[in-house]
Write a protein that binds this ligand. Structure first.
Ligand code: ATP
Length: 294
């Protein structure tokens, strides 16, 4: 019996790891208990690239049959570039990121990476290529070291430290009595929204994926934190194909393209300055935001 203990204990560990990581992803997307049944095709290919061009082509989608959420949405993110999506709450912004991660299949049109339809790729290889910094990061009841290393469990201690430094959370960790060994999460030290987001950024830096999804927190931030997050976003999105779901326009004024969504459709697109010149929905949102900041 004792001989069995080691392997069984290990299996228990593997089971918990898998369960945790699924729960983590589901929570990230607010999907708990709602997971759709996505199956790999028997002929599914393994995605293997460091340069990923993403294309959404004439996407139609609804979570339920009788309610269409996205209508004829088309845009592309060239490899290494950044596209930001803005629009009122419920416009369908986060839905785009869920579809790119393939939590659901589209009802019409196609999403492809380097010309390959997502439905022709294995889910594991697709997801290995995407890093997500969600609105509200879920931390495991474990050490802060574990929580960062989760991005790449084989990373060395030095690499975890480097990632923490790049995500501007190293000094904070060093200030804790137990440093990287501090337990965080529900049953440990509670971190602020901004600190949790930095842990997610450090995780993603370690994972080093070619595609990045950044879902900006809706909550208002003080201008110091906002500037810090902008700087981190810039650092982490450089040379990665990036989709930003934005709530504050100031974060995205240097995106390569901004999409303005309304009721599941793209109603305007362009650079920040082009959109201001169009004097449409985006220009209105910008004026409103400036007013409220004043
Ligand atoms: P926000 O800015 O508030 O985050 P959003 O633009 O990101 O909003 P989505 O989360 O994409 O909006 O949601 C678009 C629409 O789809 C909403 O009307 C929402 O109620 C609906 N929706 C989202 N998730 C589901 C789901 N799992 N099942 C059914 N409807 C959903």
């Amino acid at each position: 019996l004792l001989q069995l203990y080691g392997p069984l204990n290990f299996l228990g560990f593997v089971y918990r790891e898998i369960k945790n990581s699924l729960a983590d992803m589901e929570k990230m997307f607010g999907l708990l208990g709602k997971g759709a049944e996505i199956q790999d095709k028997p002929t599914a290919k393994t995605l293997q690239t460091q340069q990923a061009a993403v294309e959404f082509s004439h996407i139609n989608f609804g979570y339920e049959d009788n309610r269409q959420i996205l209508q004829d949405v088309s845009f592309s993110i060239p490899a290494g570039k950044t596209v930001a999506v803005v629009g009122a709450s419920g416009a369908g912004k986060s839905t785009l990121s869920r579809l790119l991660y393939r939590f659901y299949d589209v009802a019409g049109g196609s999403i492809s990476i380097n010309g390959i339809d997502l439905r022709d790729l294995t889910q594991a290889s697709l997801r290995a290529h995407i890093g997500i910094v969600p609105q509200d990061t879920v931390l495991f009841n474990d050490t802060i070291f574990y929580n960062i290393a989760y991005g790449r469990p084989t990373a060395s201690k030095e690499e975890v430290i480097e990632a923490a430094k790049s995500a501007h959370i190293y000094d904070f960790i060093q200030s804790l009595p137990d440093g990287f060994d501090t337990t965080v999460g529900e049953r440990g030290l509670k971190l602020s929204g901004g600190e949790k987001q930095r842990v997610a950024i450090a995780r993603t830096i370690l994972k080093n994926p070619p595609i990045l999804i950044f879902d900006e927190a809706t909550s208002a931030l003080d201008s110091h934190t906002e500037k810090a997050i902008q700087a981190e976003l810039k650092a982490i999105s450089a040379n990665r194909t990036t989709l930003i779901v934005a709530h504050r326009l100031s974060t995205i004024s240097d995106a390569d393209q901004i999409l303005v969504m309304r009721e599941g459709q793209i109603v305007e697109r362009g650079h920040h300055r082009e959109l201001l010149e169009q004097n449409g929905v985006y220009a209105q949102m910008w004026a409103l935001q400036l007013n409220s900041e004043e």
